[in-house]
Design a binder for this molecule. Structure first.
Ligand SMILES: [Zn+2]
Length: 507
C-alpha cells in the first residue's frame, strides 16, 4: 500500500504546555498519518519548504517566539495557492493589527457571529451564533464558565482581499478573518483558546469544523439551528417546510400520550418501497430530530441528490416519536413508559431490571405490549407501509445496533457506506469522559434479540434493514447540531443509496 503523504503542516513553537500538543494530538486523530509538525523556533521555513503541503496551520504558543516564525514564508506560500489557517496573535502582529483578549467573568458566554456565508462557514447562515472561547486547561468548560476567554482582532479594514467572516458577541471585533493572498489565502482563527472538544463543551465543540470546511472535508448537508425548539415549535417548522416544498406532505398520525398529535412527513409515491426514519423515541435524545428535518429539506429540494434516484423510494419521516419526552427531557413518554421497550415483539421476554417494575423505571416496558399510543402509531405505520429499511436514531455513544433478523448483508453494506462518508470529518469526545475519536460508525453490534424495540418489531414484520443508530447527544444546547445534523443526513443517504442498489428494488 502506498504511504499517504503528510499534507497538513502544523507550524508551532516548542513551548512546554498544553496547547500545541493538544492541537497536534487532535489533528492526528482527525487526519491520521496526514499531519506533519515543524517547530519554527528550530527550523526556518521558506515558501519552497512549505510548498508541498495542502494546508499550513500556524500557532504561536509563546509570544516571545513570534520573531522566529517566518511569516513572510507563510504569506508567500499562500500567494502561490496555499491554504493557511493562522492563529490570531501572529496574524495580527504581522499585519499591524491589535490583538484583543477578553476575559469574561460571568453571565456572557463568548460567541462568534457568522457574518459571511462561504466555504469556510459552510453549515451556518449569516447571523448564526456559535460559542467560541477557551476555559481553564483540561477542564470541562461547563464547570468554569465564570472564567472564559476569547481572542479577537481589532481594527481590521475590509477590502476586496480582506473580509471578516465572524465577529465577537462581546465587542464586535473580528474573530475569523479571510485574507486572499495571490492564488491562496490566510484564514485567521484562534485555535489556541478553545480547548479540546469535550463532550458537552460549548466553546470548543466546533473547533475543527472551520478547518475541515477549508480543507473541503467538513460540513456537507449539516445546518445550524439557532435554538432547541419545543415540540409545538418543531411541528411548526415541519409545516413551514411542507409549505415550501409541495412534494413534502405533513401527516397527522393521531394523538400521543399527552394528547397532542404526532406528525410525520411523507415524500414520494406510497406504492414504492418505504424507508422509515425516526428519532427521539427516547425523548431526551433530541438532536437527531433536526437531522431528519434537514433530510426532508435535502430530499425535497433535490430529489436527485448525489445522483440518487430517490423517486424510486417512498420516505416516511417521524423526527420526534415521543413528543412529551422531547419537551420534558425524559427517556419515557407522559405515562412513564420507555416506548422502545413497549413494542409488540417478544415483549414478555424482556428481562425485568427492577423487582417491581413501575412507571419511570429506566426501561419500564408498560403494562402490556403496545400499551402506548406512540407505539401503536409507529406499529401502524410499519403495518401500512412494510418499510424495507427502518432507521431509529438514538443518542448514547457511536454505533449501529443490528436487527435480530433481516438482510444482514444489506446492513453491512450500509455500515460500510456510512463509514466511508464519515471518515476524517468530525472530532468529538465519547460521552462519559471517554477518549477523543472521529465521529464514525465503526462499531456494529452482533445480532441479538428479538426484543420489544422498534427495529426488532419492524424486522419481524419484514424490514430487510431495520437498525438503531447511536450518536452522541443529550446536550444542553444546540452547539453541536451542525455535526449531528450532517451525520444524520449522511447516514440516511447511505441507507438510501444501498437500498437503491440492493436486491430489494429488483425483487
Ligand atoms: Zn435511546
Amino acid at each position: 500500500m502506498a504511504r499517504k503523504r503528510k499534507d497538513i503542516l502544523i507550524l508551532a513553537d516548542s513551548t512546554p504546555g498544553h496547547a500545541r500538543s493538544r492541537l497536534a494530538a487532535d489533528l492526528d486523530i482527525l487526519y491520521p498519518d496526514r499531519v506533519a509538525k515543524i517547530d519554527f523556533t528550530a527550523t526556518r521555513t521558506t515558501a519552497a519548504s512549505l510548498a508541498p503541503y495542502a494546508c499550513v496551520i500556524t500557532e504561536v504558543g509563546n509570544g516571545a517566539n513570534l520573531p522566529r516564525l517566518n511569516y513572510r514564508s507563510v504569506t508567500a506560500y499562500a500567494r502561490q495557492g496555499g491554504q493557511v489557517m493562522s492563529c490570531l496573535f501572529e496574524y495580527a502582529e504581522n499585519r499591524g493589527l491589535r490583538l484583543s483578549k477578553t476575559h469574561v467573568l460571568d453571565r456572557v458566554r463568548p460567541a462568534m457571529q457568522i457574518d459571511v456565508e462561504c466555504d469556510v462557514t459552510r453549515g451556518f447562515a449569516a447571523g448564526d451564533r456559535v460559542w467560541w472561547f477557551g476555559c481553564i486547561e483540561n477542564t470541562a468548560d461547563t464547570r468554569y464558565e465564570n472564567q472564559m476567554h476569547q481572542r479577537q482582532v481589532m481594527g481590521v479594514r475590509e477590502s476586496d482581499r480582506v473580509r471578516i467572516l465572524a465577529t465577537s458577541n462581546l465587542n464586535h471585533a473580528a474573530v475569523m478573518i479571510e485574507e486572499k493572498v495571490g492564488k491562496g489565502r490566510i484564514v485567521a482563527l484562534d485555535m489556541l483558546s478553545p480547548g479540546r472538544p469535550y463532550f458537552n463543551s460549548h466553546g470548543a465543540t466546533n473547533k475543527y469544523l472551520f478547518l475541515a470546511n477549508m480543507l473541503g472535508s467538513g460540513v456537507r448537508h449539516g445546518k445550524h439551528y439557532r435554538k432547541r425548539l419545543s415540540y409545538d415549535e418543531f411541528v411548526d417548522a415541519m409545516a413551514d417546510l411542507a409549505r415550501a416544498y409541495p412534494d413534502l406532505t405533513l401527516q397527522n398520525e393521531g394523538p400521543c400520550s399527552d394528547g397532542r398529535d404526532m406528525w410525520s412527513f411523507s415524500l414520494g409515491d406510497e406504492a414504492k418501497p418505504t424507508l422509515y426514519v425516526g428519532a427521539s423515541i427516547h425523548g431526551w435524545e433530541w438532536e437527531n430530530s433536526y437531522g431528519i428535518l434537514r433530510l426532508a429539506e435535502v430530499l425535497a429540494e433535490k430529489p436527485d441528490v448525489e445522483g440518487l434516484d430517490t423517486s424510486r423510494l417512498h420516505f416516511k419521516l417521524m423526527p420526534i416519536q415521543n413528543p412529551w419526552g422531547h419537551d420534558h427531557f425524559t427517556r419515557q413518554n407522559a405515562r412513564g413508559v420507555d416506548l422502545n421497550r413497549n413494542f409488540d415483539c417478544a415483549w414478555e421476554d424482556l428481562p425485568q431490571v427492577q423487582d417491581v417494575a413501575t412507571p419511570w423505571d429506566y426501561n419500564y416496558q408498560g403494562a402490556r405490549p403496545a400499551s402506548e399510543r406512540e407505539t401503536r402509531i409507529i406499529q401502524g405505520i410499519v403495518e401500512r407501509h412494510r418499510p424495507v429499511c427502518v432507521i431509529d436514531f438514538h443518542t448514547a455513544d457511536y454505533g449501529l445496533v443490528r436487527p435480530y433478523r433481516g438482510d444482514q448483508a444489506l446492513v453491512d453494506a450500509i455500515q460500510a457506506n456510512v463509514k466511508a462518508r464519515l471518515k476524517d470529518r468530525f472530532l468529538c469526545q465519547r460521552p462519559s469522559s471517554g477518549p477523543f475519536q472521529q465521529v464514525n460508525m465503526d462499531y456494529i453490534s452482533k445480532p441479538a434479540g428479538p426484543r420489544p424495540y422498534l427495529i426488532d418489531y419492524a424486522a419481524r414484520e419484514g424490514a430487510a434493514a431495520a437498525f438503531v443508530i447511536e450518536m452522541s447527544g443529550n446536550r444542553d444546547d444546540v452547539h453541536a447540531l451542525v455535526m449531528n445534523v450532517d451525520t444524520v443526513v449522511e447516514i440516511c443517504l447511505a441507507a438510501t443509496q444501498e437500498c437503491l442498489v440492493g436486491a430489494i428494488m429488483n425483487s
